[in-house]
Write a protein that binds this ligand. Sequence first.
Ligand SMILES: [Zn+2]
Length: 148
Amino acid sequence: MHGERDYPYECCGLLLGSFTEPGVKMIAEVYPISNAREEQAKRTRFLIRPEELMRGERSAQAKGLDVIGFYHSHPDHPAMPSQYDLEHAWPLYSYIVVSVKAGAAQDLRSWEMEADRSRFIEEEIRTLTQPTDHGPRRGSHVGEVDTG
Ligand SMILES: [Zn+2]
């Protein structure tokens, strides 16, 4: 996965999907983007350039989707948002943090910032099953984030 390829640097990208109902987001796909930080800072900070966000939003809209959040990796750190992440977060979006240790993804957790910006609240991640002609199977790229 993306976070493993970019190790030991942080990777980041957009979550494309839809706001299905209050507190619930549906992730349809991820949109990897390059980390705009300088080499030195790449290990601990992620930054998405405005033009990359706009490109991601156009890509989402072309598919009838919205940008519903962001993901980034934490090389050798837990899958919990940092203080820096909190200070740079926007409300309503989901923030998925992937913990990568020694080049392998260990943990993946999703967070949404409190309305008063004081902290992140962990979101439940559910993998949806997609019915096919061959019967139900696990969808590998379709997920639902529930803030409840
Ligand atoms: Zn972070």
